[in-house]
Design a protein. Structure first.
Length: 257
């Protein structure tokens, strides 16, 4: 069956794409609300932004509405081609790149978005070093990061999967019929914070749980206030168990030599 005028093969395809669009916009709105804690209310007419691991580009396109320019980068050439076809606008660009050093100058961006990306790269330390290089001295990075010791692994939905040694995790996935191998590299909270030593870090995980409406996170946070308060307390006392950590990163000032 050939695609129709709207580019969809069938109604189910259109429903799936619309669901993806809604999810992307919701994530983009949450990212914007967190960034506003540092940048002030959007729009930010002078800000230059970078979205690392942009995938289909929905978040990039959403944030581009509030900045002078936004660039999405991804290793997946097909995803970038689709993003270029689907999203167009002034200051919006998509770049396919596979390599440790991105093709941008030092300090080129005021905002860098690192949304559930670090676990998909071979060298997360190199990723964060690159984020620091690309940020302007007064820039800010949004980081959303899953952790190794959360109870339910977020990519495959299996309990304790990320706790296991790689060989056992591979066998677990095969037995569950989900995949041939575990291709995700989640880090413990402590190790992740060590990788962020070059940044001043401000966490928003607790704020989002306690005030989901403020951060446009009502769709992913418990509605009952006492339960929200309990979950926020758990996230504060036992950060390794929180499903996702949300942080704003600012480059530390280099000491003169």
């Amino acid at each position: 069956m050939s695609p129709g005028a709207a580019g969809f093969v069938m109604a189910a395809d259109q429903v799936a794409r619309m669901a993806d669009l809604r999810r992307g916009v919701r994530k983009g709105r949450k990212i914007r609300r967190v960034l506003e804690q540092r940048l002030g209310p959007a729009p930010w007419p002078r800000a230059r932004g970078l979205d690392l691991g942009c995938g289909p580009g929905t978040i990039t396109a959403y944030l581009a509405r509030y900045a002078a320019a936004f660039t999405g980068v991804d290793i997946d050439g097909a995803a970038i081609a689709g993003a270029r076809e689907r999203w167009r606008g002034p200051g919006l660009a998509f770049v396919q790149h596979d390599g440790p050093r991105l093709p941008f100058d030092d300090g080129a961006f005021d905002v860098v978005v690192v949304n559930h990306v670090y676990e998909h790269v071979r060298e997360p330390a190199a990723l964060f070093a690159e984020v620091r290089r690309l940020l302007a001295p007064d820039g800010v990075a949004y980081l959303a990061a899953a952790g190794k010791y959360q109870l339910l692994e977020p990519h495959y939905g299996l309990p304790f999967l990320s706790w296991l040694p790689r060989r056992w995790a591979d066998a677990y996935l095969r037995a569950a019929g989900r995949a041939e191998g575990y291709d995700v590299r989640l880090l413990s909270y402590r190790r992740l914070r060590r990788l962020l030593a070059g940044f001043d870090v401000r966490e928003y995980t607790y704020n989002i749980i306690r005030e989901p409406r403020t951060y446009a996170a009502g769709d992913v946070v418990a509605a009952w206030p006492p339960l929200r308060a309990a979950l926020a307390g758990v996230a504060r006392l036992f950060p390794a168990l929180a499903p996702t950590r949300v942080m704003l990163l600012s480059p530390k000032r280099r000491e003169p030599t």
